[in-house]
Design a protein around this ligand. Sequence first.
Ligand SMILES: O=P(O)(O)OC[C@H]1O[C@H](OP(=O)(O)OP(=O)(O)O)[C@H](O)[C@@H]1O
Ligand code: HPA
Length: 180
Amino acid sequence: MANVAEARGILNSSDILFTAEEVNAAVDRMAADITRELGESYPLVLSVMGGAVVFTGQLLPRLIFPLDFDYVHVSRYGDKTQGGELVWKTAPKEDVRDRVVLVLDDILDEGHTMAAIRDKVLAMGAKAFYSGVFANKLISKDKPIKADFVGIDVPDRYVFGYGMDVRGAWRNLPAIHALK
Ligand SMILES: O=P(O)(O)OC[C@H]1O[C@H](OP(=O)(O)OP(=O)(O)O)[C@H](O)[C@@H]1O
Ligand code: HPA
């Protein structure tokens, strides 16, 4: 975890890639796309803790159709800027069986987290799987999954804000920043 001075230093030297207004417009577009595709299917929406908490909290009130809500908790980065082994902290529950499941996360980077969630949810008997990510990182490697719903594409830099942390800090920022 960064201390206060380090966290402020990181913020002060960062670049803003998307303003809060651009973030909100992207969430509006995603809500419209998701409503069009899943509005009649009574989906079970699973939010991936902890990064998806801001995005989920702002998306759900824009989804004006019946849905169930729950969360999963999985972590691969911890406080680091490189992904490691995936650790399940809270797995999906049995009630994914026979449901249309929409999994929401803050970012699809290398895609390992979302691919592992998809594999588990489908193995547990979900009828259909959809993924929605606020940010899709444009990387040169192939990803094991492509998100069905994407808010913004971000360049191949370490980004933070809107739920995404840098050394544990700044999940609470309303805009999307990138490390220098
Ligand atoms: O596509 P990937 O390369 O697998 O990376 C994406 C995942 O990494 C982050 O989670 P993290 O492991 O940092 O946990 P956190 O949400 O608690 O920050 C992010 O919230 C995604 O879940
Ligand atoms: O660029 C990122 N920023 C924050 N969290 C992340 N998890 C995967 N990639 C990132």
